[in-house]
Every structure is written in C-alpha cells, then in structure tokens.
Design a protein. Structure first.
Length: 251
C-alpha cells in the first residue's frame, strides 16, 4: 500500500467525548495504582479536531518517577492526521516532541522536532512511501475508526509510527470478540494486539493489547502494555458525551 493519509472507515468518536482511566503498574503479583489518564476528542477552529491523552502519576509514584505527559493528535476536517505533539514533564525535566505531517501523492513527509527548553535534540525530515504513518496515540484513533464488521480473527494490518529519527513498523492484529473484566465490570469487546518493533518494548509480539467496547462508541475499555520491567494496565473508569450509550456493558 502506498503512503497516504488515513481516512476513518467509521467515525466512532463524538465531539466533546471525554474518558477517564485508572493506570496500574503490574510487576509480578503486585499491581499498585500508578496514575490517572484522560482521553478526549474536541473540535477546534477551522474544522480541525484534537484527540488528546493526559497522564499523571499518583502521589505514590511521584516519589519514584513523576510524570505529567500530554499527547495530542490534530486532524483536519477530513480526519487526516496533520500534527502530533507530546509534552513530557518529569518534574525537573521537560521535553517536547512535534510531528508535522504532509502528503504528496504516494509520499508522506514528517517533520520531526524534539527539544527541551535549552537545546534541540532532533530536527529532521522523515519520508515514507509505504503505508499509513501515525504517532503512538494515532494508533488508538486508527483502531477505533476501523469497520469491525469487515474484520476476521487474525486479520493483520501493518502501519508505521514516527518516533524521533525513526519510522517504526507496527503490526495491528485483530484477535476477535472477547469478554473483558475491568474492576469487576464485564464488557463485550473487540480484542487487538499491537506489535511494536522497537527496543523500548519487552517483546515485539503483542507488546500492547487493547480491548475496544463492542458498541458504536468503539471505546477503549482496557489497555495492557508490556515494558522492560513489568507492564502498564489501563482500566476504563468513566465517560462523558459519548456517541451512544455504552451498551457493551454486560449486566
């Protein structure tokens, strides 16, 4: 597949949608609460829309490794990814990652700019002529806007993610329907695996798994990411301004 801007197959996100999550760090039998995360989708001026993730560590983890990170994807009126921003605040260290996407026929250009308040670390152009290109948050948008009625178990799609100086190959595999338990509430879900070919992750096979609610909202209800040490698990807590009722809950 030639490089091109991704267009949603189904637009499941609703303007003003806000979803809250609890984040846990799993290490062996231990699973302390590591922080809170909020996903939101909101229209901006000129017909654009921002899909954002805000994460903050809990007071307990602040003493170990404080994080206040924000990731934002900006989409055009046609829902083409045009800009991605990551603001990393680690207490005494601040880092900004900016990605600007432009499309020319079968080519995608990405201007990658990484900097601190004092120094530029990366300022380069990345080019792809093969497949869709996202940032990491854009992968979630991509999975949420697929037409699940067309998917069969073990269907696999390969995309790329821009990270710093690199375009990293990412495989998205659909495993099928599942029943998922999050904090004693059961959900009907669609189960996906994300294989990331990057040394940050412990292994490439299903480095991240995501369970999407099986209703018209296509809302992430659980995410598990394997790390070099342990894993991060993200559980759905609450939501506002969804497209429809959260009918994937099993009563």
């Amino acid at each position: 597949m030639a490089a091109q801007p991704y267009k949603p197959e189904i637009m499941a996100l609703n303007n003003g949608e806000t979803t809250s999550y609890t984040v846990y760090f799993k290490w062996g039998i231990l699973m302390p609460r590591a922080g809170e995360a909020v996903l939101s989708f909101k229209a901006t001026s000129g017909g654009a829309a921002d899909y954002s993730l805000r994460f903050a560590t809990s007071k307990f983890f602040d003493a170990i490794y404080k994080m206040r990170d924000t990731l934002t994807c900006r989409y055009s009126a046609d829902y083409e990814l045009i800009y991605a921003l990551k603001l990393a605040d680690e207490g005494d260290y601040f880092l900004t990652d900016e990605l600007e996407f432009s499309y020319f026929g079968n080519r995608t250009n990405i201007h990658s700019h990484r900097y601190t308040p004092k120094v530029t670390k990366i300022d380069t152009m990345l080019t792809s002529t093969s497949g869709y290109v996202f940032d990491m948050l854009g992968i979630i948008f991509y999975i949420r806007t697929l037409d699940y009625s067309k998917l069969k178990p073990d269907d696999r799609r390969t995309v790329q993610v821009a990270i710093g100086r690199d375009l990293v190959k990412v495989g998205c595999t659909y495993y099928g329907t599942d029943v998922t338990d999050c904090n004693k509430i059961k959900y009907r879900t669609r189960h996906f695996g994300i294989d990331v070919y990057d040394e940050t992750f412990e292994q490439t096979k299903s480095a991240t798994e995501i369970w999407i609610g099986d209703d018209a909202n296509h809302l992430p209800v659980k995410i598990r990411s394997k790390l070099k040490f342990g894993a991060a698990e993200i559980y759905f807590k609450s939501a506002e301004n969804l497209k429809t009722n959260l009918s994937c809950i099993i009563n």
